[in-house]
Design a protein around this ligand. Structure first.
Ligand SMILES: Cc1cc2nc3c(=O)[nH]c(=O)nc-3n(C[C@H](O)[C@H](O)[C@H](O)COP(=O)(O)OP(=O)(O)OC[C@H]3O[C@@H](n4cnc5c(N)ncnc54)[C@H](O)[C@@H]3O)c2cc1C
Length: 479
C-alpha cells in the first residue's frame, strides 16, 4: 500500500502550516502536496498552548489558533487544505525514512514517496526519566508540547484549584505556565538550578524584575537546586517533590519544562547533523538535495552571526518554512536565508521581545521600577542583541532594524543614557519604508554590518549616510 506526492511535509506544526501557506501562494497544483502529522489536528500556533489556551475565562480553543493567525494571515482550517487540494494525513506517525529511495514508512504500514521532502518534525520535551527521576509519568505530572499535553494540563490545573503546583524549570515554558497557574488560582513554587529565571537569556537585573513581579503575584522561587525524587500516594499520584538540598515541597501537581530535544532520529546516519539538528544551507536544504529541514529541527546558517544555529522560536520556524518553499518552487529567485533571531514571551500583563544574540556586555536602559525597560548586548564594540519589555509595535520594530545593523558603539555610558532613543532615532532615519525582500524573509536585509556607528557623535548624520549606503547597496544587488 502506498501513495506518492511531489512534495511531502513531515510534521504538522508551526513550520508545516506556514510552508503550506507559502506553497498555496506559489500556486502548488492540487494533489501534489501532503502533510503527515502524528497530531490529530491541522497545524496550529503552538505558542498559544502556554498562553491563551490556559486562561480560566474564554480560553483559546481550536479552530481559533490554527496557523497562520499568529502572523495576522488567513486561518488554515481543515477546509482550507481541502479547498487547495492539500492532503492532510493526520494522526499518523512516520516510523522510518529512506532518503535514497525517497520514501517514508508510517506506523500503519503505508509507504509514502516524495520528490521533495520538508522535514518539520520539531522537538520533544526532555523527560525527568532521562535524569533518573522515576514516576514522572504520574497523572498529575505535566509536560507541555502539544494539544493533548495542554488539555491534560488544563484538567489537572482545574482539579488543583487552591492547591500547590511545583514548576520545575525556569525557562519560558516554566515562566509562562507559572503565570497561568497563578491566574487559575493555584499556588506556585518554581524550582530551577540556575541563579535566576530565564538563565539562558536574561541578565540578573532583567531576571530580578520578573522574579519580583512574580513574587508580587504569590509565586515562590527555590533556586540553585534540582528535583531528585517524588513522593506518591497509593493512586500513583505525586504528593511531594524532594529537592537535592533536602527540601520537601507538598504538591498537588507538577509542571516540567526542562528543555527540548529536536526530533532528528528518523534521519540519523542519513543526513548531516549539527548543533543537535539537521544541518541545512541558506536555502534550508540538507545534505541530501531532495530533503529540506525547517523549524526547531533545523540547524541553519545565521548570516548576522556568521555561524550555524538551531533556534527554538516560532518566528524562525515560520520564516524558514516560507523560505524553504520559495527555494523549492522558485529556485532561480531564491537567495540565502538572512534571519535575525527573534523571540518573545507574554506573561501576566507583561510582554517582552528579544532580537539578536545575548553575548558580551549588557547595557541596561529604561525604568526598571516602571513598565518599560531593556538592554543592549555589546560584543567587540558592536550592538549584537537587544531586549525590551513593554514596548510599542514601532519601538520593537526599531529595535529589530537597529540590531540587524550591529552598530558600532564606543561610549557605553552615552548608549545607556540614550536607551531606547538610540534604536528609534537610528531606525527612523535609516529606512522610511522597509523594502520587501525575497524568499519570504520580512526582516530588513543588510548583508553585513556596513557602517560604523557612534552613540556619541552624530547618530542622525550617520543614519542618513547609512540610509543612502543601504539604498545604493540594494540597487546594485538588484542590477
Ligand atoms: C507551549 C509552547 C509555547 C511556546 N511559546 C513560544 C513563544 O512564546 N515564543 C516563541 O518564539 N516560541 C515559542 N514556542 C516555540 C515554538 O512553538 C516552536 O519554535 C515552533 O512550534 C517550532 O515549529 P516546528 O514546526 O519546527 O515544530 P512543531 O510546531 O513542534 O511541529 C512539529 C510537528 O511534527 C510532528 N511530528 C514529529 N515527529 C513526527 C513523526 N515521526 N511523524 C509524524 N509527525 C511527527 C509533531 O507531532 C508536530 O506536529 C513555544 C513552544 C511551546 C511548546
Amino acid at each position: 500500500m502506498g501513495r506518492a506526492f511531489v512534495y511531502v511535509i513531515l510534521g504538522g506544526g508551526v513550520a508545516a502550516g506556514y510552508a503550506a501557506h507559502e506553497f498555496v501562494k506559489k500556486d502548488v497544483p492540487h494533489g501534489e502536496l501532503c502533510i503527515i502529522s502524528d497530531e490529530p489536528v491541522a497545524p496550529y500556533e503552538r505558542p498559544a498552548l502556554s498562553k491563551g489556551f490556559l486562561l480560566p475565562e474564554a480560553p483559546a480553543r481550536l479552530p481559533s489558533f490554527h496557523c497562520c493567525v499568529g502572523s495576522n494571515e488567513e486561518r488554515l482550517t481543515p477546509k482550507w487544505y481541502k479547498e487547495h487540494g492539500i492532503e492532510l494525513i493526520l494522526g499518523t506517525r512516520v516510523k522510518s525514512a529512506d532518503v535514497k529511495r525517497k520514501t517514508l514508512l508510517t506506523t500503519a504500514g503505508e509507504t509514502i514517496s516524495y520528490k521533495t521532502l520538508i522535514v518539520a518534525t520539531g522537538a520533544r520535551p526532555l523527560k525527568l526519566e532521562e535524569f533518573g527521576v522515576t514516576i514522572s509519568d504520574a497523572d498529575n505530572v505535566c509536560y507541555l508540547r502539544n494539544l493533548a499535553d495542554a488539555q491534560r494540563l488544563v484538567n489537572v490545573m482545574e482539579s488543583s484549584t487552591g492547591g500547590n503546583a511545583i514548576v520545575i524549570g525556569g525557562g519560558y515554558i516554566g515562566m509562562e505556565c507559572a503565570a497561568s497557574l497563578v491566574i487559575n488560582k493555584v499556588n506556585v513554587t518554581m524550582v530551577f538550578p540556575e541563579a535566576h529565571c530565564m538563565g539562558r537569556l536574561f541578565t540578573p537585573k532583567i531576571a530580578s524584575y520578573y522574579e519580583e513581579f512574580y513574587k508580587s503575584k504569590g509565586v515562590k522561587f527555590v533556586k540553585g537546586t534540582v528535583l531528585t525524587s517524588f513522593d506518591s500516594n497509593s493512586e500513583g499520584k505525586v504528593t511531594a517533590v524532594n529537592l537535592r538540598d533536602g527540601t520537601k515541597l507538598p504538591a498537588d501537581m507538577v509542571v516540567v519544562g526542562i528543555g527540548i530535544r529536536p526530533n532528528t532520529s528518523l534521519f540519523e546516519g542519513q543526513l548531516t547533523l549539527e548543533k543537535g539538528g539537521i544541518k541545512v544551507n541558506g536555502l534550508m536544504q540538507s545534505s541530501n538535495a531532495s530533503v529540506y529541514a525547517v523549524g526547531d529541527v533545523a540547524a541553519f546558517p545565521v548570516k548576522v552571526f556568521g555561524d550555524i544555529r538551531r533556534l527554538e522560536h516560532v518566528d524562525a520556524a515560520r520564516k524558514a518554512a516560507s523560505h524553504a518553499v520559495t527555494a523549492i518552487m522558485n529556485p532561480d529567485k531564491s537567495i540565502d536565508f538572512d534571519y535575525l533571531p527573534f523571540f518573545y514571551s507574554r506573561v501576566f500583563t507583561l510582554s517582552w521581545q528579544f532580537y539578536g544574540d545575548n553575548i558580551g556586555e549588557a547595557i541596561h536602559f529604561g525604568d526598571y521600577s516602571g513598565t518599560t525597560f531593556g538592554a543592549y548586548w555589546i560584543s567587540k564594540g558592536r550592538i549584537v542583541g537587544s531586549f525590551l519589555e513593554g514596548g510599542t509595535k514601532d519601538e520593537y520594530e526599531a529595535l529589530s532594524k537597529m540590531t540587524r545593523l550591529k552598530p558600532e558603539v564606543d561610549d557605553l555610558a552615552e548608549l545607556e543614557r540614550q536607551g531606547l532613543d538610540f534604536a528609534t532615532t537610528v531606525s527612523v532615519k535609516l529606512m522610511p519604508s522597509s523594502p520587501p525582500t525575497e524568499a519570504g524573509s520580512s526582516d530588513v536585509v543588510v548583508e553585513k554590518p556596513l557602517y560604523a556607528w557612534h552613540a556619541t557623535a552624530g547618530v542622525i548624520f550617520a543614519a542618513s549616510i547609512a540610509a543612502f549606503a543601504y539604498w545604493y547597496g540594494r540597487r546594485r544587488r538588484r542590477l
